[in-house]
Ligand binder design. Structure first.
Ligand code: ADP
Ligand code: GN1
Ligand code: MG
Length: 362
């Protein structure tokens, strides 16, 4: 089915006339486009257009969450002397003042201001960038420390409940709807052998040791826009999963992706290693912002959280492979299996480096 992009963008309050659009970015969840507009006597302008993945999200609740969070962040950014139009997302409303547009096929579309002159990384960057990214995610945590989380819908319940992810994997193995279990035996054994990881964080979440905090929950390195000249963070994007959670989710997930020396779907597993220098830099940046607000238990679990989040992501990729690629975007049949194997190789490397990681955090 061809998509009528000019017809869709016509419904939004935008400057200029539509010229063209292109598929954009490397996200696994929403369909993202850059849409270009021409303006009289001015350079063309582009916006980010996204078809919200409504298999995963309730578009209305999602956009209300994002509006609440970005309004709050814009005030904080102003107080800090930052630029609210670049340091967080700006939703462009529809002509009738709505946060998204629903087309005749019930597809839901949103538009953000395009944050120009930035880059994203798909695997470990250098130590300077890693330190800055750590500080930015720590700062994000601090900015939202006073935000009233009861206003937010828990947009994906149990998003980081590793035990439930594990049970979902077991169900997918038993059902074997696509007959793929045989081809994934190595990865399945790896995942099942590490069941002990499942409850380490969730069993204490909500206690004074591991309190609920408002967290981003999807802190991969391509969800942060970086200034290519200074290596500093410009904007944390992909606010779809901002919800109450543990700070360990954000720290662990960021290192899962950002301290991996290879891209997430690299199939040459000899290239997949956990870079301790990058991890150290990230940790320095992160703790420079939140070192004084974290509990002892949280600090102690920072190194393990990297293993946990990689484990959880690996079992999600694996379950999706077994279920026939119904959740993550894939380009070929074995893509999710390759991603799972990549995450599991990274876990092996982190397991062998855990003592060093603990020393670094200390
Ligand atoms: P997904 O949920 O599918 O991961 P994202 O919201 O992360 O989608 O967007 C996908 C990619 O699009 C990002 O990794 C980034 O490269 C780019 N992107 C998203 N929003 C913006 C923005 N406001 N300005 C510039 N680039 C953006
Ligand atoms: C998805 O949306 P994106 O591509 O930034 C996923 C994350 C996974 C990640 C793995 C809402 O992130 O949870 O860790 O892929 N987001 C959602 O790369 O499920
Ligand atoms: Mg993303």
């Amino acid at each position: 089915m061809s998509i009528d992009i000019p017809g869709i963008v016509r419904n939004f309050k935008l400057e200029g006339d539509f010229i063209y659009s292109e598929v954009y970015g490397c996200g696994h969840i929403n369909d993202t486009y850059a849409v270009y507009f021409k303006r009289d006597n001015e350079a063309p302008i582009r916006y980010i257009l996204q078809r919200i993945n409504t298999h995963i999200f309730n578009a209305k609740d999602l956009m209300i969450n994002i509006c609440l969070v970005t309004d709050y962040l814009k005030d904080k950014i102003k107080e800090e002397g930052g630029d609210p139009s670049r340091n967080t997302l700006t939703i462009i409303p529809t002509k009738d003042g709505k946060l998204y547009y629903e087309d005749k096929d019930n597809a839901c579309w949103r538009i953000y201001k395009f944050i120009e002159d930035t880059i994203t990384y798909q695997s470990a960057a250098d130590e300077t960038v890693s330190r800055n990214v750590g500080a930015a995610f720590g700062h994000f945590q601090k900015q939202l420390a006073e935000f009233d989380a009861t206003k937010l819908t828990e947009i994906i319940p149990d998003f980081h409940n590793t035990r439930k992810r594990f049970e979902a994997l077991k169900k997918a193995i038993d059902a074997d709807v696509k007959g793929r279990v045989k081809s994934a035996e190595d990865a399945i054994s790896f995942a099942l052998e590490r069941e002990k990881y499942c409850d380490v964080v969730t069993s204490k979440l909500g206690t004074p040791q591991i309190p609920y905090r408002v967290t981003h929950n999807d802190t991969k390195l391509n969800n942060i826009l970086i200034d290519p000249d200074t290596g500093k963070s410009v904007c944390i994007i992909d606010l779809d999963t901002v919800m109450p959670g543990s700070v360990l989710y954000d720290f662990g997930d960021s290192n899962r992706f950002g301290s991996n020396t290879a891209v997430e779907d690299e199939t040459d597993l000899s290239k997949v290693t956990f870079d301790l220098g990058i991890f150290k830099a990230f940790t320095e940046g992160f703790l420079s912002e939140v070192g004084d607000i974290l509990t002892c238990e949280e600090k102690e679990l920072l190194p393990f959280s990297c293993i946990l989040m990689t484990y959880e992501c690996g079992i999600r990729f694996l379950a999706d492979y077994l279920e026939g690629d119904v959740y993550f975007k894939t380009t070929h049949d074995t893509h999710n299996l390759e991603r799972a194997r990549n995450q599991f190789k990274l876990i092996e490397d982190m397991e062998s480096k855990l003592e060093e990681m603990k020393k670094i955090v200390k």
